[in-house]
Design a protein around this ligand. Structure first.
Ligand SMILES: NC(=O)c1ccc[n+]([C@@H]2O[C@H](COP(=O)([O-])OP(=O)(O)OC[C@H]3O[C@@H](n4cnc5c(N)ncnc54)[C@H](O)[C@@H]3O)[C@@H](O)[C@H]2O)c1
Length: 265
């Protein structure tokens, strides 16, 4: 098959939210390279158009893109129903997310709700809509949520985001316990700071808040990471491949931190 470098995930179909760019797109590409079929869903039409071309070049008709707002439970149910009528899904990656940087005391309630709604409730809607259909499919499966290092520790200006990412780990652990008996293994990946558009926005926002150039803040941050650099998306995608593969058949309810040593540095 085109674009394939291994058959680790051959015969599997993966569904990824926030799949049009950044981490989700990197995971889509990695899954395609390891032989899976991929459906990448996202709310951003422009990014979806670009992702469609990029994924088709890599893997032809093994890749599809679909417009979806992960906060829309009805649309997610309808999509899951369609995909399970059309061959089923084995690997689900609730990954769509937004980052808002504000001190908790300055955070408007509407912003708090929006971050929780997309990051946490969106992951709940995706994971449960697909799990409900994976169970009767009887083939087991994988659900791999994208939390964050901020799902394991707090930090300044991260109140809503961090709360949503801690919540995802709680949700993941409960789903992991509930679904393991059906052979559906649920885990989280917790990225540190990856070199993506989201992180550029973070450094730009911090630059305004702190009145310093974004590049200076980025350099200072890199100095705190034992490996001395922000993560590349390829460094991260391997974790999602591992957790989706038979290599991880005894891994349940874990939060795999990929951060260049930031947590321990
Ligand atoms: N970049 C990092 O360093 C980092 C670190 C830790 C965790 N994360 C998490 O990784 C995930 C992906 O982040 P990224 O860095 O690739 O960011 P990104 O902004 O590049 O990608 C996020 C994607 O989610 C999509 N999205 C947002 N709201 C949506 C909605 N309502 N419905 C469907 N799609 C929606 C966006 O359109 C975008 O394509 C997020 O959950 C983020 O919190 C990122």
């Amino acid at each position: 098959m085109s674009g394939e470098t291994s058959s680790l995930l051959a015969g599997k179909t993966a569904f990824i939210t926030g799949g049009a760019q950044g981490i989700g797109l990197a995971v889509a590409e990695a899954y395609l390279k390891h032989g899976a079929r991929v459906i990448a869903a996202d709310i951003d039409k422009r990014a979806l158009g670009e992702a469609k071309d990029r994924l088709a070049t890599l893997a032809g008709d093994r890749a599809r893109v679909i417009e979806l707002d992960v906060t829309d439970a009805e649309a997610t149910e309808a999509l899951a129903e369609r995909l399970f009528k059309d061959g089923g899904v084995d690997i689900v990656v609730p990954n769509a997310g937004i980052l808002v940087l504000k001190r908790a005391v300055d955070l408007e309630l509407a912003t708090w709700r929006r971050v929780l709604d997309i990051n946490l409730t969106g992951a709940f809607i995706t994971a449960t809509a697909f799990a409900r259909r994976m169970i009767p499919q009887g083939k087991g499966g994988r659900i791999i949520l994208t939390s964050s290092l901020f799902g394991l520790r707090g930090g300044v200006e991260n109140g809503a985001y961090s709360a949503s990412k801690f919540g995802m780990i709680g949700l993941m652990q409960c789903l992991a316990a509930e679904l393991a008996g059906d052979g559906i293994l649920v885990n989280c990946v917790c990225p540190g700071q990856m070199d993506t558009a989201m992180m550029d926005k973070l450094f730009d926002a911090r630059a305004i808040l702190q009145g310093k150039p974004a590049e200076e803040l980025k350099a200072a941050f890199k100095a705190k990471i034992p490996l001395g650099e922000l993560g590349k998306l390829d460094d991260l995608a391997g974790a999602y491949v591992y957790l989706a593969s038979d290599l991880a058949r005894y891994v349940v309810g874990q939060s795999l931190v990929i951060d260049g040593g930031w947590q321990v540095g």
